[in-house]
Design a protein around this ligand. Structure first.
Ligand SMILES: *Cc1c(COP(=O)(O)O)cnc(C)c1O
Length: 223
């Protein structure tokens, strides 16, 4: 048995995304919906797959392996994204499992990714996480260091960075953080922006998000 409300939630979020794109004068299919499945009960994930959704994000490598590794064979068009911090000692597992790593945030990790990608013959697509709010407790490169970091990982380490990702501080208006991320991306020639969650994905679309990471609005509150 699957939960019919999951399909309704997907339809509702998609409708709001289309509305936000339209009001921003953007094309409706410019923004991908990354369904954040972390900590969600299994039946909700099954319902999303049954609905036809194939693009998911997780914030922990081990949890993602348990949930997704065996499923890959059944869903060849599945795309998995890591949206949580990556410890260096988990890099091998992350490179093996994820199609996209959105949380590249230090040079040591860049080196480890290169090493693992060479070893495994598989290079995930990469985003650099920017700590737009310069919060001590949050991962990410500070905005002032972003250009130099991007140059290092692209030029020195040869990594194919595709875009930027941010998580605005809780309790602050997200718009200025989204605008800042877009500005850093633009001046570095990057056109992918991962920004916006359940509470602010429409704002993110107005500021140019090419993917939004939505969890609870699709699946309900995490238990
Ligand atoms: C959990 C999480 C989300 C989704 O949060 P919701 O508020 O449930 O939509 C998005 N991005 C990251 C990085 C997360 O860890």
């Amino acid at each position: 048995m699957t939960d019919p409300s999951i399909a309704e939630n997907f339809d509702a979020v998609r409708a709001r995304m289309d509305e936000a794109a339209k009001s921003a004068g953007r094309a409706m299919n410019d923004t991908s919906l990354v369904a954040i499945s972390k900590k969600q009960p299994e039946p909700r994930i099954a319902a999303a797959l049954e609905y036809g959704h194939r693009l998911f994000g997780e914030n922990r490598v081990q949890e993602a392996q348990e949930r997704w590794a065996d499923r890959r064979a059944d869903y060849p068009d599945l795309e998995l994204r890591l949206v949580g911090p990556l410890q260096s000692n988990k890099t091998g597992d992350a490179v093996a499992l994820f199609d996209v790593i959105e949380t590249l945030d230090r040079e040591k990790l860049a080196k480890t990714i290169v090493k693992e990608a060479d070893k495994q013959g598989r290079m995930p697509r990469l985003y650099v996480q920017i700590n737009t709010g310069e919060e001590d407790q949050k991962a990410g490169i500070s905005p002032a260091d972003a250009d130099a970091f991007l140059e290092t990982v692209r030029e020195t380490h040869g990594l194919p960075v595709e875009g930027l990702m941010c998580i605005p501080p809780v309790g602050e208006a997200p718009a200025m953080h989204f605008a800042l991320l877009a500005k850093i991306a633009r001046r570095n020639g990057l056109d992918k922006l991962s920004m916006g969650m359940s509470g602010d994905y429409e704002t993110a679309i107005r500021y140019g998000a090419t993917s939004v990471r939505v969890g609870s609005a699709l699946f309900g509150e995490r238990p």
